[in-house]
Design a binder for this molecule. Sequence first.
Ligand code: GLN
Ligand code: ZN
Length: 766
Amino acid sequence: MTAPFPTGTILGYPRIGRRRELKRAVESFWAGRIDAAELERTSAELRRATRGRLVELGLGAADSSIPESFSYYDQVLDTAVAVGAIPTRFAGLADADGAVDLAGYFTIARGEGDRAPLEMTKWFDSNYHYLVPEIGPETEFRLVGDRLVREVEEAVADGFVTRPVVVGPVTFLLLAKASDEAPADFAPLSRLEDLLPVYRELLARLAAAGAQWVQVDEPALVSESLGVDRGAVLAAAQTAYEALGQARPLGILVAAPYGSLDDALPVLQASPIDAIALDLVKGEVPTGAGTEQVLVGGVIDGHNIWRGDLASAFAKLEALRAVSPNVSVATSTNLFHTPHDVDDEPNLDPRLASWLAFADQKVGQVAVLARGLEQGVDAIRTELDAATAALEDRRSAPGVRDGAVRDRIAALGAEAFSRGDYAARRAAQDVALRLPPLPTTTIGSFPQTGDIRRERARFAKGEISREEYEGFLEKEIEDVVALQERIGLDVIVHGEPERNDMVQYFAENLDGFAVTENGWVQSYGSRATRPSILWGDVSRPAPITVRWSTFTQGLTEKPVKGMLTGPVTILAWSFVRDDQPLGETAYQVALALRDEIADLEQAGIGVIQVDEPALRELLPLKKRDQDAYLAWSVDSFRLATSGVEVRTQIHTHLCYSEFGVVLDAIDGLDADVTSIEAARSRMEVVPELERSGFARGIGPGVYDIHSPRVPSVEEVGELIGIALEAIPERQLWINPDCGLKTRGYAETVASLENILSATREARAEL
Ligand code: GLN
Ligand code: ZN
């Protein structure tokens, strides 16, 4: 018999720690400063602190409401190593049973020598990156990793009964790519039947360890952007949950965050599982056939930081009761998309803070709604009213609406979105810039050294004056420019030393944003970002980057590339107001950037890059929402960049590996030069570009900056060769996959030198 499902729960909790303790421990392990045992101790302490905190916030210690959702690096990698899906090139890391230790686990994530790491890509429509499993006919599925089982045991030893969380088999295979060994037409999903027994064994082990419920995450069931036929996805879900539900040793919750299940819901309802978690923030309360299964209403937004409308969240739960007598409340997604705690933000304006809920506050909201479900709405009236009052206060607060910004947008005509004929632009830019064939450049940032971070921290604390700080930055820029000139790069960047983060830097300099101090959110592995909070109408009080770009241009004869972050990316990597359509907010940001670009051009900067690495990430998962998104996102870029003269070269940069669906949109940006990530997938995107007839400048990356590996001259040469087979030489640019800020100088210099050597060889053969 299954234990009852808790009335309130969350789908997962931030795992990096309130002060990024996990990041520090993991990076110390990599650096050899601590050993595996100490890393395990630190992570056990973190998990312990999390369980304790969740009980304080109102979850039950022993009712399976606390998710066991820890990961050292990534939950998809965890699944891969648990089921033995280790690519052949890493087989040597596994022991006789096929298991890898912590060091091996990190090696698969980060690569080593000439063994490239797993590819990394964005997790649904979030800014979290997961590692892409590689599955082929040769993959031997067997349960070799027992970390999750040990975590359940660890909780039990402390008196907890928690709910282990795993990536579901359908999602795991749908997110995987075919291994190097696999034949061309191989689909990882074809291995489902072989994988299911391993999941069955895992569930049995979890139950034996003391778990009463397991949460199986199947976000792939809500997505229509995985490039797989929907019928095949539904059939896989049916097969999987028929198999896992038979004689199940513990309760099975299938969670479907990031959107509505649509036609997958009846499939899950018909299968022998016990509970389904629905995202009722992105999706609607389902109508249709009733069920005895527990429906877990994800009515608290796990992917945003607004306190939101608690009363209407509760109303959704009541509506859900029409479909099942067994309704529980949860967050819509894992809370690892939100920072830990608003109460940990001493410098946030208290009025703004009262509109917000980070992870801990959301757990509190879940606890309130659970009480409402159990005791009736009157028991939570005070909390509902308080949330409603905060929402009303937010609506009328100064800065939320700015008449000048709104008038300017209302007055925009079609000409504000168009730069005119590309041929004329190209001709004018050839004359203005006089670049060699296969021009080389970087994506913008140079290594953010300990020195840079130290000086920034000292400046923030008031230990050094602005003059001293800016003097330091100028020195840094001088070094970076000298380095680029010595290596022979053609279009020079200033290296972005003044930026803590490519979005936060602009947020700090625009009206309408607030920034946090401890609001870290995991981005990938040990990396975290601190998204800004976009709460009001956006405008630019003063020029932001012009001072740095003009300083840099004063140091070199070569063209300097001004460097801005685009509107879509600014939205994607901030927590954005939820009280108006995203497109409206994007236009406001675009106008602020347009002003900045005009000032850069005026100051003599002839090349300006507007980064949009998040264009793909924000793409809605549902086909029905995609066209509208692509229209406003492309238009916001064009609004930002269309004010310049023909001779000014606009670049853009995008980094992710799947371009398919957004290729037309990338073309629609109408940038003169587009740099994209390509090295990590060995130029997979290039044939796609060729087919699409992309006619302007294009720089598919030749250096995977996510890994400390230095690519050899031959390796870069090969990639250039692959690119030249498909892309006319007149269009091809040579650059790394992305910015260099996470790399060290030694590998950066060696890699750029190799890139330039390979480029010179390629030029000689043109
Ligand atoms: N210009 C940015 C940099 O080089 C781009 C970063 C990104 O695409 N994520 O760091
Ligand atoms: Zn990038």
